[in-house]
Design a protein around this ligand. Sequence first.
Ligand code: DGJ
Length: 700
Amino acid sequence: MNPVSYDPHHRIWALNARNSSYVLRLDDGDDAPRQLHWGPHLTPEQALTTPPLPPPGNSFAGTARGREEYPTEAGASYGPAALLIRFADGSRGVEWQYLNHTVDGGHLAIRWRDRRQPLEIVLHYRVYEDSDVVERWAELRHTGTSADDAPLTLHRVDSAAWSLPHRPDYRISHVIGAWGRETQLRRTPLPYAELVLTSRRGVTGHDTNPWVMLDAGDATEDTGEVWSSALAWSGSWHFTAWRAQDDQVRWSGGAGHDGLTWRLRPGERWQTPVFAGLYSADGFGGTSRAWHTYQAGHVLPQPDELRPVVYNSWEATGFDVDEAGQMRLAALAAGVGAELFVMDDGWFGARRDDTAGLGDWTSNPKAFPDGLHPLIDEVHRLGMRFGLWVEPEMVNPDSDLYRRHPDWVLHMPSRERTTLRNQLVLNFARPDVAAWAHAWLNRLVTDHAIDFLKWDMNRPFSEAGWPERGEDADLLWFEHVRQVYAVMDRLRADHPHLRIEACAGGGGRADLGVLARTDQVWTSDNTDAVDRIAIQHGYSQLYPARTMGAWVTDCPNPFTGRTVPLRFRFHIAMAGALGLGGDLTRWTPDELAEAACLVARYKDIRPVVQHGLQYRLDGDGVQYAHGDRTVVIAWRVAPAHGDPTPPLRLRGLDPAARYRDERTGLLHHGAVLMHHGLPLDLSAGDHASMVIRLNAVGQG
Ligand code: DGJ
């Protein structure tokens, strides 16, 4: 099947993904694009017969006929618009005139112009034969040729709007959260309203995350239709989901938040980030796996690598880093099997706490009298790679950088500058600021054998002004993110060995945009293994285990005060990209020995966890399947006396195959494991856990 087909007679385009189709057409009357179908495979002929929405029956209902592909406030249409544009004469909306389209493999670009205004719009679509994800983005161009032509005023340029077929009900799934409590999954009925999910913070945010899943209220983990979408953007963003009284359901989303205004001048283009959509008939689990596979195939920069076992110094030493202390930790980390040693905050400038030094990116001579080389050499001698924490977008007012360049931060001339964590945000939209950041990062990586950067970002924007740009200051909300991406992209291109971790006070910057240029995400500053279960469950809805940084740290946990067994902490962290973050100098020899065994166990299961398909199981467990190997991580947090331990029903196995438990040697039938479940020995009090490794040994 061609990835894109076009029927010129009916003016229909069909995008054919792996198991699904997305079909749109031009309206007969006015060339406006209208979605016909998003679901299982349909031919264009079949899609043409999809039932139209009933025509509006009265003057108050307006003229919109539903399923607008890119709503623009045109005519008497009252749903949320994807494009809010103002022309010089006060006109709004778009009068669509189709120009042409191009197809290049799975990429379709359809081009229109406004009938009376100097505007060209291109809607882009891309599908892949190995995925059901449809990538969509939009492009605007001011077609005026004279510098005197009035600019176009933009308030909202969404990447795409998605419409759903009629169902008796709809439910929305998304995550909520906060610092230390990211990605808490919520499923709620979709209200008859405009429901807004947004970040107004300049960064993706902890409060929610730019993806949604919609279902008719009947999908389960294993079954049912789910429509979902995720935005590839790491700044402010918004989604507006709309359920009208006639049960039309559609949502629109893109970069930026309500209230921004910027201009497009003659000859200028505006391109949105990708808003990717996915239809799956395989429930929430199937939806998540399809997203994970898509990211491995089309988003992540190094999908074939295994993420190393990290040791990170933050919870052990805080800001109190020096050469001797870090070397001591490095020796212990290497001893338990860490492969990458990351020195966190505190190594530079006058940084001894969070009040000073951000912006002055040379090593602190008191803590590192001979610079970073001795530590880096020692880490390499111990057989580990070396990583360093940086926070390039930030500055402390108490820093040489700020004293030299007070105008480099986001600010408004007549407003106080609000500090958060004693820091201000550098305006990366300014070319000189982005160039400065690239220069010092490039120098740091070039002059030292640095293999990994943890790129942090510890506060949202405020007083987000850019006085030099006058009425176009709001551009900074977009340009800041583009420049962060550009700096990361350049660093990666110039240093092909360099790997990057995305972090914003934990999981405040996890999205498809940053994952296209980083290798993993620091999921949460909360490393309590019990709290992590919910955080990781929410994270896994969209993002794959290989990107989910998970450290084992000390007890009592600094966030929660909770004490749980080392084994339990390891097992929960093994569900992602395992790391260590505790103060190993305080671990007993027995604990270090146990940790070494558990790290070795992780390395054994790592290809399955990181490159396998993930199944969230009904009870307390998660399963990964890769080739003949299956790994199950199971736990019980705090059972009451007499609580049964039900067998854990596995997923995705070959019912006809037998599976050998690598530890016990016991053979299990795939059909039994999936229908009745795997018996578990989790009766040993609170926080019991186990890792089960199964190998398919043929049919029988
Ligand atoms: C926030 C990060 O999430 C932590 O892991 C640590 O790097 C601190 N910042 C350092 O300031």
